[in-house]
Design a protein. Structure first.
Lengths: 194, 399
């Protein structure tokens, strides 16, 4: 069975767990079997936390943590100094970091990782489209674009439907979220091609 | 027709509760409670259930309120975890001995100390002698399905015992996974109405609750309770059979996974069984004759059936996710080994205590265990019988 495994690094209160739930939702809507689970350490705001996704075409019965992920998402770049975010990351996989810096700037902090390195300025993108610091939306789009765990077109259609349902009473939010997803995916694709 | 959805184990259990719409849900709303009453509070607020939702000041009181409600003829439920279950301890024995078919959902977690919020079976295993039926789940689907079966088992006329529906704390309770839900109508039809033959103030058939039992009578009540626990075995299988007919998913006392010709096997519970299945698959692909048994029902313990399933295996590792401090292995090992004691040929058997306080259990761990079992099967020598697996210091590891 082919299982895609993704690891999220963030800080308590920043929404890495929520982002992994959103990714699971997107994959679920596309017909996949999903797992989304956090690893709980000390419960305090700002502490490093890890969350995980497994995405597959059949139910995955494995319930351990993920040690050799295909992809890693770093929601808070200050973690690069204290957490070994590329630990076990497959060389043919990739890491995406929420940062205004370029991949080349951050590579020295990644312990010689040879796979794909991408950055997304989730702060700038979410402020532009959503009017506030909501890094989850861009990070979700970035990991979908990089991993193609869901076909991007299907992803956009499903998200439009999900947002229309969730923000039925706030239609202006729907447009901003969709634009944010779209622009993030576009920028990531440019990085991947460049 | 099942409904494809995705949710956590907590939401799955809360959904089952909503569909059943019990008369009373008594709960303590603060840590170490679970999200289950939080979900249920929303169902109450949204008018999706007409349950009497009682917030009390402790778990001792939540179980006491359930006892009062059940004694009055209501269907009563609650949910808890960890130290909350320990705090219920006294009242669990009252509920069971008063033969009140309360259903209690438990997100199984470690007990202090050191202080730890993560998963193991310290809490539920400590209550194994309380008189509750205990049913364990591998994932959210099983937690949901077990819950749907719980009331009928509990309320069976010759059983009338409370049931603990156990899910793995965090690993199942907080993990989102796919699930097949059943419709509200189908669930209601399956679970049915509760019509107790007697209760406290039922005029035509009243019930005495909580009487004093002098030495001349106490033992008879306990024997009757023990008989009820034996009867629960029939009820569990009967309800599982009807569940399979109705919803298509099969359950028993335990699940046998690739056991037909297995020479080495592990006996395990909960979410770890799923992880271990992946290891069994890999080893089977290499031609190894390995299998596993996932124990679903721990109380009543299916000793005869388990012995039958293990009798042709050469070497068995029983995996305990709680440390019983018996100096002789954990509770699942004690039960499994004693179940096999009168077999004419029985497997060599060791106990492996693992996963305490959320220590992760992996496919690689399982393979190490099977490699060890292969050696035991070859040599007939068990070596150390009571082992801890997955410690920080590799030098402490026997395997």
């Amino acid at each position: 069975m082919n299982i895609m495994e993704i690891r999220w690094h963030g800080r308590g209160g920043q929404g890495a767990k929520t982002a992994s739930l959103l990714l699971a939702d997107a994959a679920f809507m596309a017909g996949k079997y999903v797992q989304s689970f956090p690893e709980y350490g000390p419960e305090r705001s700002g502490a490093p936390i890890t969350a995980y996704n497994r995405i597959s075409d059949e139910r995955c019965t494995i319930h351990s943590n993920i040690y050799e992920p295909d992809y890693v998402v770093v929601v808070d770049e200050t973690l690069l100094e204290s957490v070994d975010v590329t630990a076990g990351l497959k060389p043919d996989g990739a890491i995406v970091i929420n940062s205004s810096q370029s991949p080349a700037d951050l590579k020295p902090l990644l312990g010689g990782y040879q796979g794909g390195v991408y950055t997304v300025d989730a702060g700038e993108l979410s402020r532009k489209h959503l009017g506030n610091y909501f890094p989850n939306t861009p990070m979700l789009a970035a990991i979908v674009a990089i991993s193609e765990c869901v076909e991007p077109k299907t992803f956009m259609q499903d998200m439009e439907e999900a947002y229309s349902h969730k923000f039925a009473d706030k239609p202006q939010v729907i447009k901003g979220n969709l634009a944010c997803l779209e622009e993030t995916m576009q920028r990531v694709r440019e990085q991947m091609e460049g | 027709m099942s409904i494809r959805d995705r949710m956590s184990g907590n939401e799955a259990i809360a959904t089952a509760m909503r569909q059943i719409n019990p008369d009373v849900f008594a709960m303590f709303p603060i840590t170490p409670s679970t999200e289950i009453p939080q979900y249920f509070a929303k169902y109450v607020a949204d008018g999706k259930v007409d349950t009497e939702f009682i917030c009390v000041e402790s778990e001792h009181s939540s179980m006491s309120a359930c006892i009062g409600a059940e004694a009055a003829g209501c269907r009563a439920i609650t949910a808890t975890s960890s130290a909350g279950l320990s705090y219920m301890n006294e009242t669990l024995f009252v509920a069971a001995s008063a033969r009140l078919p309360i259903v209690l959902a438990v997100a199984c977690r470690a007990l202090t100390g050191p202080i730890n919020i993560n998963h193991d079976y310290s809490d539920s295993m400590a209550e194994r002698d309380s008189g509750f039926i205990q049913i364990y789940a591998e994932n959210n689907q099983e937690a949901y399905d077990n819950y749907l079966q719980a009331h009928r088992i509990a309320e069976t006329a010759d059983v009338r015992l409370p049931v603990m529906i156990c899910e793995d704390g965090f690993i199942t309770s907080h993990a989102l996974e796919n699930i097949e839900l059943e419709s509200d109508e189908d669930v209601k039809a399956f679970v049915g109405e509760y019509n107790p033959e007697n209760y406290l103030l039922k005029e035509e058939n009243p019930l005495a609750v909580g009487p004093y039992g002098v030495s001349g009578y106490y033992m008879e009540a306990r024997v009757a309770q023990a008989e009820a626990m034996k009867n629960a075995k029939k009820a569990i299988l009967a309800v599982a059979e009807d569940f399979e007919k109705t919803f298509g998913r099969k359950y028993g006392f335990f699940e046998e996974y690739k056991m037909e010709d297995a020479e080495e096997a592990i006996v395990i519970m909960g979410s770890s069984a799923g992880t271990a299945k992946a290891a069994v698959d890999e080893l089977r692909a290499e031609g190894k004759k390995v299998g596993l048994i996932k124990v679903r029902v721990f109380r009543p313990f299916p000793g005869e059936e388990l012995a039958e399933a293990l009798k042709n295996v050469k070497a068995v590792a029983v995996l305990d996710k709680s440390e019983g401090f018996s100096a002789n292995g954990g509770p699942l090992f004690a039960e499994t080994a004693s179940a096999c004691i009168n077999l004419e040929t029985r497997p060599k058997m060791i106990d492996i205590v693992y996963g305490l306080g959320g220590r992760d259990f992996t496919v690689a761990h399982t393979k190490r265990i099977f490699a060890h079992l292969e050696k035991i099967a070859e040599t007939g020598e068990t070596g150390p019988v009571y082992i801890h697996l997955g410690q920080r210091d590799a030098r402490e590891e026997v395997l």
